[in-house]
Design a protein around this ligand. Sequence first.
Ligand SMILES: Cc1ncc(COP(=O)(O)O)c(C=O)c1O
Length: 376
Amino acid sequence: MKLFDVYPLYDVEIVKGVGCNTYDADGQEYLDLYGGHAVISIGHSHPHYLKALADQASRLVFYSNSVQNSLQHRLAEKLGKVSGYDDYQLFLINSGAEANENALKLASFATGKRRVIAFGKAFHGRTSAAVEATDNPKIVAPINDNGHVTFVPLGDIEAVKAEIAKGDVAAVIIEGIQGVGGIRIPDDAFLRELRSVTEEAGVVLILDEIQSGYGRSGRFFAHQWAGIRPDIITVAKGIANGFPMGAVLISPKFTPVYGQLGTTFGGNHLACAAAIAVLDVIEEERLVENADEVGAYLLEQLKGIPGIKEVRGRGLMIGIEMEEPVKELRSRLIFDKHVFTGASGTNTIRLLPPLCLTRAQADEFLARFRAAIEGR
Ligand SMILES: Cc1ncc(COP(=O)(O)O)c(C=O)c1O
């Protein structure tokens, strides 16, 4: 059997990772400014994380959601404390798309409505309602194209108000910082207005923090820069440092109903052990603060490099928009300079490193990046 060939791949295989470095089979080291697409939050092979996984695996990998699982309660309590959302409720699943799917479903159940407002360039996942709320017709199949979602420009509060005034809107869904869309930060004032407009109209505000959350922006959640509290927050990616997991944080306004949401694998024992270990390390090593400090330093340094059109970002979520397409530059970075980066569109490089990136590693990246741009 062959693989279903949907990924354009770089011809390199990573077989090992330590901290912010990865290694191929020949032992070549690569500086990881990509974090496997914002997934590696606390760094590769963190000893506390590996021990937590190994200990849990030696006891129990999985049992079903029909019996008690105290690890889920421990995770909920810890996440509430670290994120500042102790009063919220936690629903656990396996991926980002699934988190948004459940958030949208909950909003629709709660309001009895079916229309959603999303924003231009949004990415919320590849399944049913999540992909419908994603502003990319190429990945929306006819079966997903059900007319539930209206896209308005990011930052256009009047357009949001006009749609909400029609009276049929269940939810507004917005990324804390747009990732796939090219590292676009919604204005803090816009987010505050969005919060008050949705609150007044009884429309559910869903903050997709799947890429921008868990410390990446230099706050636990990117929306915390604006000082707002959404009704629902979705997370995935860095939450378990590579173990597949997603979660929905749900305001106390919502009353759970037995059987309304559910999943086989969500919140399994191994995933919870991984997620608890991630929060231990985030706290212990002050990784949110590190993302803030090292990210601010990187942003500042990048601004002085010739060939860059614009640098956008917060914390360790950075977009570098170049004057030219970045395809060849990214190849040079991997194969000549041994640095992994991400991309958005044709001209933007995306930096999503592990949150433990040091200033020395940031300097090393800057040196290799400059050299790659200059063709040295
Ligand atoms: C903002 C955002 N939402 C949702 C998703 C979907 O997450 P997953 O690929 O885990 O389904 C992603 C993935 O890139 C994302 O960046």
